[in-house]
Design a protein around this ligand. Sequence first.
Ligand code: ADP
Ligand code: MG
Length: 677
Amino acid sequence: MELGATACERPPLLEVKRNLELKTALVKASSRLPLPGTRLKRGPDQMEDALEPAKKRTRGLGAVTKIDTSRPRGTLLSTVSQTQGPAAAQKGPKKTGLRGCTTVGPVLKNQKPAPAVPAQKPGTSTAPMVVGKRPGKRPAWDLKGQLFDINEELKRYREKTQKLDKENQGLQEQLREAQEQAEALGTERNTLKGELASVRTQAEQSQQKLDTLCVRVLELEECLGTKERLIQELQRGQLELQEERKALATRLEEQERRLQTSEAALSSSEAELACLRQRTAAQATSLAEQGDRLHGLEMERRRLHNQLQELKGNIRVFCRVRPVLAGEPTPSPGFLLFPHGPAGPADPPTRLSLSRSDDRRSTLTGAPAPTTRHDFSFDRVFPPGSKQDEVFEEISMLVQSALDGYPVCIFAYGQTGSGKTFTMEGGPGEDPQLEGLIPRALRHLFSVAQEMNGQGWTYSFVASYVEIYNETVRDLLATGTRKGQGGECEIRRAGPGSEELTVTNARYVPVSCEKEVEALLQLARQNRAVARTAQNERSSRSHSVFQLQISGEHAARGLQCGAPLNLVDLAGSERLDPGLTLGPGERDRLRETQAINSSLSTLGLVIMALSNKESHVPYRNSKLTYLLQNSLGGSAKMLMFVNISPLEENVSESLNSLRFASKVNQCVIGTAQANKK
Ligand code: ADP
Ligand code: MG
């Protein structure tokens, strides 16, 4: 049995099973055991069978009694053999025996003794023979003898009858005892039957209980199986948890060790920190002192820088001659000369000599045309081989002045194709070497502003880019639907009573890095390109003004400074040949040229008026001077690039440009004042 196999593993269940087995065994055993007070060795079911032999015995006894009491066997046999001979004697006992048997029952029941030989006729019987003695046959005449024999015989029968009566009495006694015993056994049987019934009921109940218990055992076994599986799972889980706990304990120990180490390190660090704090406090004090000193030095630097610029002149003129481009005729040697300064070749050139042949004189004399040399002197002259970075180096100090709070204006003046745009914006393509003054100046500003940040100065920059064509202002940073169109831009004061000027409808874009500036220059190029499709070569016929409003603040000291930096690519300065006959389409060109010439000469006049400290400065005579009025004169610093073509064919325009520039170069505008608040 399965229970037996697992008994040792689950004692409680085994107990239940054992009890059940024991009970079953007891029930079976009780059915086999004799009940108290009985001597039966059989089961209750066999009780009747057990009783049967007793009955049979009783009945058998009854039959014997009947036979014995009805007739004595030996006597009867001997009587027959004597009276009827051997043949009759053989038949006789059968008849009498049968007859005796059929009559015994009622005799016994009624307790009436039957006559010994009722069927025998006295007449037919002869003198009885004494069986034991076998006397010889008496003669017929010996009646006396015969009577004697008969009496003797009768006497023996009487004795025998008495003996049989006694025997009969004994047997009846036995019968009575047997009947009593049978009655007792009957009673006992009934009792046993009752007990058997109750035992059966008990057995049935026990069976039912057993069945219920079996079902319960099955349920419990099932439940036990489930629980065992659950226990196994739980044990597995417990093992896993124990493993995890071990790992965690190990980690905890490790962490604790590290914590201890860290705490030790922390305490030493705290000591170090305290020490460092003291040193920091001392350094902060010294830093503050140094900051004060630095600020003083910065102020001194600004003052000296400005003094230097003033010594160099608030109006400076640089002359730049572009190289001969591929496909252009090489000018004759000596056409343009760049004489050394007093310090020799190491001295940066400041002079330029241009020779011009007088064609009219050669025609008159027939001799080769004589050449006239025209010498010019400027603050700096850049020969054709000069690189963009060299040029910028010379103006970087001016850009610094803009950061220090002085308005700065840088112009590029010259005929179309002389290199103004190349100087201002840069050459074609992405070559960083060819970058012009605008991207370089802004990069320089951003970098210096960053350095000044360390000294407590915060700078911000806002850019705008407009062009003035035919005395109309157009935004070069326009986007969307306004892109490439003239747009209605007007120069207005920023507010009533304000000195600041602003261009309506123009975009003012905050910039803080080179990429943003590059994007703006790209946008301006696109806008010019769109315009060029409508009006040919307009870019060279208009002034492009890149304005950067610089604002600086030293919050800690409550200082502010701000100034505009203007980088102006002027329209081509070439004039129309007065002798030229103009077609209908060229009338517009004439108007354009007159407008350009007018605005350029106004610029010259404004500079002159400022130089001569005249009361009236004709700013309003052109949009350009009107827009730039806050960056010209007074505290402003101005630099003019005069761009010159190296070609002999442009000599006339080159001379005109150089003469204009020379006039400007002679101007001195009063001491510049920084716009400090
Ligand atoms: P402008 O703006 O005065 O009309 P550009 O700047 O457009 O003249 O110059 C005319 C041409 O000469 C351009 O192709 C330009 O690349 C080239 N150029 C001008 N200056 C230089 C220079 N310094 N080095 C090389 N090429 C130059
Ligand atoms: Mg140009």
